[in-house]
Design a protein around this ligand. Structure first.
Ligand SMILES: [Zn+2]
Length: 201
């Protein structure tokens, strides 16, 4: 896990959004390979092992994403390098390829299929497993939600909230109303929306 990501992590416990403290034991470049992660509010402790951060018990990964790295790069419409994009559920298997399409952006694969996760991370991406959406409000330049997680409204809400205003979500499924995302485009297998810029969205 890229150590810079620490600033954007949230505790998975059901309390107000709170920062986490990472105590690295082993680093490889800017990636934490082994270490402890703690929440100062509830005292919960979690671990980084093999470069992978585990925040509780994740839902099972199912099926395969029909998205491609090229389509994700085109639909997110990111302007230049920098920042973070989350790839959730089975869409996480595209982290390596999307990182090549969009150099300079860091991809966070959340609850990805396990074959992606050997080695835990590279310069372009990190791997997390989490029981709820693990990133704080307004920290992401984009979100991609694979077909397995696209059925879960809590995860879509968490992901929408973590987007910076005006930036985009690509979701492999139908999206409910009232989650703070404005529809930009939809097709049978893919929905593209934008986080609203008005207060409260
Ligand atoms: Zn906590």
């Amino acid at each position: 896990m890229l150590i810079d990501l620490t600033d954007h992590l949230r505790c998975p416990a059901d309390h107000r959004e709170e920062y986490l403290v990472v105590l690295p034991e082993e680093m490889r470049g800017r990636h934490v390979m082994t270490g402890d992660v703690g929440c100062p509010l509830c005292g919960r402790t979690m671990v980084v092992k093999g470069g992978i951060l585990r925040l509780g018990n994740p839902p099972p990964v199912e099926g395969q994403s029909a998205l491609t790295a090229e389509s994700i790069a085109a639909l997110l419409m990111l302007d230049g390098p920098g920042g973070y994009v989350a790839l959730v559920g089975n869409a996480g298997c595209l982290a390596r390829d999307v990182a090549l399409e969009l150099p300079g952006v860091h991809f966070v694969a959340i609850n990805a299929p396990s074959h992606l996760t050997e080695g835990g991370a590279s310069d372009g991406w990190s791997v997390l497993y989490a029981e709820r959406f693990p990133l704080k409000e307004a920290c992401l330049r984009g979100v991609v939600i694979g077909s397995d997680v696209a059925r879960d409204e809590d995860w879509i809400r968490g992901a929408a909230r973590a987007l910076l205003p005006g930036l985009r979500a690509v979701i492999e499924g139908e999206v409910p109303d009232g989650i703070g995302l404005v529809t930009l485009a939809k097709s049978p297998g893919c929905w593209v929306g934008q986080r609203g810029t008005a207060t409260g969205q």
